[in-house]
Design a binder for this molecule. Structure first.
Ligand code: EPU
Length: 418
């Protein structure tokens, strides 16, 4: 298993480019199952979750070719509409094939995900939505089986809680259903909009993606399309925090600044200087002291839960007390204990963490518990005195492509060792 060895203390300087969004690429890959024609996707990040999804699509019967950064998918026939436990347990987003498979093949068998490091993460809302669309769903042996032999029919679906992949799953099911589907209390994340754009290129009729009410007129079939995935806003945000936490001057390029608006506001309130040198770049400079600023995670356009851990690392270096409230997942503070091992003063009480700073961090051996927690430990290590060894970096490889090379190019002393 690989580890990162990081020697902190260097201020990061220079440009750091971002990749295409993992969480946009995952549903886009699944969407290729909705048509027999080829779908070509550009800017797909080369990260482990994407490889897992590609494997799943191959198992299902799709042809997947990766060339020059583009992924070409062709699902001429669905051979086996199944997502086995072996894949679902390593990547919960596998449940994104549920909607497309029922819609296209009239049948899907998908393993239930079970718990994970950040919370229970059930898929009851995906199931509820598909039932509204007329699928019959049964659960046995850890799998859910959905059947709709005569096809799905449009319906009104009200999510009683906002779910990102749930919205995406239902959107993909509804595009081939007979009649109109209305999704209410839908997720407004940029990834949902990106998926809608791809589906529209494939011939789907969708209105309102990016708002909380999405209207879909089902069509008989979809065709091929070519699409470029949006920039990864969480990767961008992670590098922005890297600039601020190290007292550096980092320009993150190839990103959509609007998508990181909530983070920009927090960085500015904390005393960092944030400017926009170009249409798709954002520069973060932190020359003076940082101030503590409270933060609560919310659905988009609020502050992303996927940046909460990174923000906590930043607050260990800010003057005062910051209260961080996590409202999306019930167990997403695992990084706090690891940061405490590096000298941070953090108290966790249920959904709330209190971070008192600034504290001089010192390098230590720490363990990455999930994707974003690992990123936050890298950030903490960049300001810690001495050497930090981060174990289990396979978590970080699930969602960040070559993060160590990107940070090193901006002056970080970080190395991957086997
Ligand atoms: N929820 C339910 N029932 C459901 C679905 C969700 O109770 O059927 C709950 C979840 O347990 C959670 C909340 O609703 O407490 C929100 O979960 P959501 O469904 O929105 O999360 P997700 O779609 O499984 C996506 C991202 C996550 C990101 C969340 C929140 C993908 C592939 N994953 O997950 O990304 O944290 O939205 O924004 O898009 C990551 O990239 O590190 C990551 C975890």
């Amino acid at each position: 298993m690989d580890k990162f060895v990081i020697n902190g203390g260097n201020a990061l300087r220079g440009e750091i480019p971002v990749n295409g969004s993992k969480n946009s690429a995952l549903p886009a890959l699944a969407a290729a199952l909705l048509t027999a024609e080829p779908v070509t996707l550009h800017r797909i990040p080369r990260v482990r979750d994407i490889r897992t999804m590609q494997r799943l699509l191959v198992d299902v019967g799709a042809k997947v070719d990766v060339e020059d950064g583009a992924v070409r998918l062709e699902a001429a026939k669905i051979v086996s509409p199944e997502a086995p436990y072996e894949l679902v347990k390593t990547m919960r987003a596998s449940s994104l094939v549920l909607g497309p498979l029922v819609a296209r093949a009239g049948r899907a068998r998908v393993s239930l995900p079970g718990g994970c490091a950040i919370g229970a993460r059930p898929i009851n809302l995906h199931i509820f939505g598909l039932e509204q669309l007329g699928a019959r769903i049964e659960q046995s042996h850890g799998y859910i089986e959905a059947v709709a032999p005569d096809g799905l029919r449009g319906a009104s679906v009200h999510f009683d809680r906002i779910t990102v992949t749930g919205t995406e799953d239902l959107m993909m099911a509804a595009v081939l259903a007979k009649g109109e589907t209305v999704l209410r209390n839908a997720a407004r994340e940029p990834e949902v909009m990106d998926l809608a754009e791809l589906l529209i290129k494939m011939g789907a009729k969708i209105e309102g993606a990016g708002t909380s009410t999405i209207r879909i007129q089902g069509v008989a079939e979809l065709g091929g399309a070519e699409h470029t995935i949006i920039a990864d806003r969480i990767e961008a945000g992670t590098f922005m925090v890297a600039g601020a936490i190290t007292g550096g001057d980092v320009t993150v390029t190839g990103c959509n600044v609007e998508h990181v608006g909530a983070l920009v506001a927090k960085l500015q309130q904390a005393g960092a200087e944030v400017t926009q040198p170009g249409a798709d770049s954002v520069r973060v400079r932190a020359t003076g002291k940082l101030r503590s600023v409270d933060m609560t995670t919310e659905e988009y356009p609020g502050f992303a839960t996927d940046l909460q851990a990174q923000y906590m690392a930043l607050m260990t270096q800010a003057e005062g007390i910051a209260i961080i409230v996590e409202t999306i997942f019930e167990n997403r503070f695992m990084h706090a204990q690891e940061m405490a091992r590096m000298g941070a003063n953090i108290r966790v009480d249920g959904k709330q963490a209190m971070v008192a700073g600034p504290r001089a961090l010192s390098g230590a051996g720490v363990i990455a518990s999930d994707l974003r927690a690992s990123a936050s430990l890298v950030l903490a290590a960049l300001v810690a005195k001495g050497e930090t060894v981060i174990d289990r970096v396979y978590h970080i490889d699930r969602g960040y492509e070559k993060i160590e090379q990107k940070l090193a190019a901006a002056g970080a002393r970080i190395e991957r060792v086997e």
